[in-house]
Design a protein around this ligand. Structure first.
Ligand code: HEC
Length: 418
């Protein structure tokens, strides 16, 4: 018995790390970008969420796009841009505002990739064009040349603009908008990134990552038979990560061309990948609606993200309900005196009129205040879904799986919000 205990104690540090995740999206996570110490994600649920990974909480939620969010890119000074299947691009300032600082309109089909050189923003769209926008005044140059969808866009180190498309080509765009084909691979390309040394990496239908060095030499990293849909480079360009439809994520050492590891585990397949500024942490956004964090050096999922959020649960709260509540705690505090979060605090929820907390900036729909929150109305909200009950709300689609879980959540809220 003692031996068993000793063994247990010895083995404890080698337990597989609990895969940590940022939970809040109501659909697969389609786009990701590192934003200084924060990470921003965009989903099929139309939501853009800015997260503080240090405590696992959402800082800001916006459901301004009218369709899935297909692309995100960090801009200087904490700003970022999002592109949607609604064909629109939004520029966001740091802060909590729900509305973008500027809207760039013109694309006639989904925007699927964004890149910046600091002064300009480039976008690729399924309308077949690449657009080059001035971040100063929002004017655009429309670049035509691809046959079919433009899928990827990237700036080289000197500010040269490249794009990749369904037509299998990588094009370089001259200042006057003339395209030059710099590579032709004969099969659709889905994603494009530029490394700091000017190497371009593109991946597509056959899952291979093709590297095109500035001097024209080509190399190939094979991920497997399935199409690649996500590609990211570490800030120093030393590591590439690629994810395929239905498969794991491969990590390559760019200099040697050696596949260093494969990420396998929960949350795959992924739709999006991004490296944190430290170059070691890799974010993945997946089919399972979560943003997960990996150590790209060891290929392990990193430890739990938000333990503190569970600490302030009131004594006697329904344990099963507390588990269901985990889907909510990234955005809601239970007490009024907690620091402000992306959603309104829920203290004294029952009996409270919808949209009535002073100082919280609600969407126009919730501000109408035509519902009083009771166990019945809250249960209805998460049975039919906020998008059905209060269309136009900024809360991402959240539904609770079954009647038993719903009853547990309500029991939990009755106690914990008093
Ligand atoms: C990703 C962030 C996020 C998650 C996750 C989330 N919410 Fe929300 N919630 C919001 C936001 C933002 C609002 C305000 C919506 C608006 O103004 O349209 C909101 C509003 C609400 C309201 C209305 C409050 C009021 O003052 O009228 C309730 C009730 C609520 N949420 C409960 C929940 C519950 C229960 C869960 C988990 C099942 C949950 N939320 C998950 C972000 C979130």
């Amino acid at each position: 018995m003692r031996l068993v205990l000793l063994l247990l104690v010895l083995l404890l540090p080698w337990r597989p790390a609990i895969p940590q995740d940022l939970t809040g999206h109501g659909g697969p996570v389609r786009a990701l970008a590192a934003l200084g110490p924060f990470v921003v994600s965009g989903g099929f649920d139309h939501a853009v969420i800015v997260w503080n990974p240090a405590n696992g909480r959402a800082i800001r939620v916006s459901r301004w796009h009218q369709a899935a969010v297909g692309a995100l890119v960090a801009l200087p000074d904490g700003r970022f841009a999002s592109g949607g299947e609604d064909g629109r691009i939004a520029l966001w300032l740091p802060g909590r505002d729900e509305d973008p600082a500027r809207v760039l309109e013109g694309h006639e089909a989904p925007v699927v990739a964004l890149a910046t050189d600091g002064a300009r923003l480039a976008s690729a769209s399924w309308d077949g064009t690449v657009r080059l926008w001035s971040l100063a005044d929002g004017t655009a140059q429309v670049l035509r040349g691809h046959q079919g969808n433009a899928n990827g866009v990237a700036f080289g180190p000197g500010g040269a603009l490249f794009s990749a498309g369904q037509d299998g080509t990588i094009r370089e765009w001259a200042a006057d908008g003339t395209p030059k084909t710099v590579a032709e691979f004969g099969l659709p390309l889905n994603v494009l990134v530029a490394l700091p040394d000017g190497t371009l990496a593109a991946a597509g239908a056959d899952g291979a990552v093709r590297l095109l060095a500035a001097d024209g030499t080509q190399r190939e990293f094979v991920t497997g038979p399935r199409p690649a849909i996500a590609l990211a480079a570490s800030p120093d360009g030393a590591t590439l990560a690629a994810g395929t439809v239905g498969g794991g994520v491969g990590l390559w050492d760019v200099a040697s061309g050696r596949q260093r590891a494969r990420l396998d585990g929960p949350g795959l397949p992924v739709w999006s990948l991004a490296f944190a500024p430290d170059g070691r942490t890799l974010w993945s956004g997946g089919q399972d609606r979560r943003v997960r964090r990996w150590d790209s050096a060891t290929a392990r999922a990193l430890g739990p993200l938000a333990p503190e959020a569970q600490d302030d649960l009131p004594a006697g709260a329904d344990p099963q309900g507390a588990v269901v509540w985990r889907a909510c705690q990234a955005c809601h505090a239970l007490r009024a005196d907690a620091p402000q979060m992306a959603g309104p605090h829920l203290q004294n929820l029952f009996g409270r009129r919808m949209g009535s907390l002073p100082g919280y900036r609600y969407s126009a729909r919730l501000a109408q205040g035509d519902i009083v929150w009771t166990p019945e109305t809250v249960a209805d909200l998460f049975t039919r879904g906020p998008d059905v009950v209060v269309p136009g709300t900024t809360m991402p689609v959240q539904t609770v799986g079954n009647a038993e879980e719903m009853a547990a959540l309500i029991r939990f809220l009755e106690r914990a919000t008093r």
